[in-house]
Design a protein around this ligand. Structure first.
Ligand code: SAM
Length: 150
């Protein structure tokens, strides 16, 4: 099964709150975003945002330019449904981070909780970093949450 099929199956099988990585309040992510000092007008992208509630909390705090990218359309659709009318304030990108063409120098904050984590080949990681460096502004911030396996 390829990676996309794997993630699609998950989002078609489970309720978001049943997922092992589910967080009712993504407190650490929010705290790290606060610590960047990004303004409410900053361009923030949540890479592999899935059904994360980070976007809900960012909107509630008044961040105006939030993008959620995920390779699974179903995950983005579930998040849009949860947000209802607030979904219109968000930029939704259904794409694989390994192939997407993001605009250059466009994000102040790049947040990724568990996409880079799944990239195991050096070449994939290099490509991810290239994409990120292309898309993040020179004075931007990158927050990547990953788990190291021994
Ligand atoms: C472990 S989940 C974490 C979701 C979310 N960041 C959170 O904290 O709740 C990983 C997410 O990354 C997405 N994903 C995995 N590989 C991806 C890729 N190459 N491009 C875009 N999204 C990807 C999956 O569809 C899934 O939504």
């Amino acid at each position: 099964m390829d990676a996309k099929a794997h993630w699609e199956r998950i989002y078609h099988t489970f309720d978001p709150a049943q997922l092992s990585w589910y967080e009712e309040h993504p407190r650490l992510s929010l705290e790290l975003i606060h610590r960047t000092g990004a303004s409410k007008a900053a361009q923030i992208i949540d890479v592999g945002g899935g059904t994360s509630r980070l976007v809900d909390e960012l909107l509630a705090e008044g961040y105006q330019h939030v993008t959620v990218l995920d390779m699974v359309g179903r995950a983005l659709e579930l998040t849009r449904q949860r947000l209802r009318s607030r979904a219109a304030a968000v930029t939704w990108v259904e794409a694989d981070i390994m192939t997407v063409e993001l605009p250059r120098d466009s994000y102040d904050v790049w947040h990724d909780r568990a996409v880079f984590h799944f990239l195991t080949e050096p070449e994939e990681r290099r490509w991810y970093v290239e994409t990120m460096r292309h898309a993040v502004r020179r004075d931007g911030h990158v927050i990547v949450a990953s788990v190291l396996h021994a």
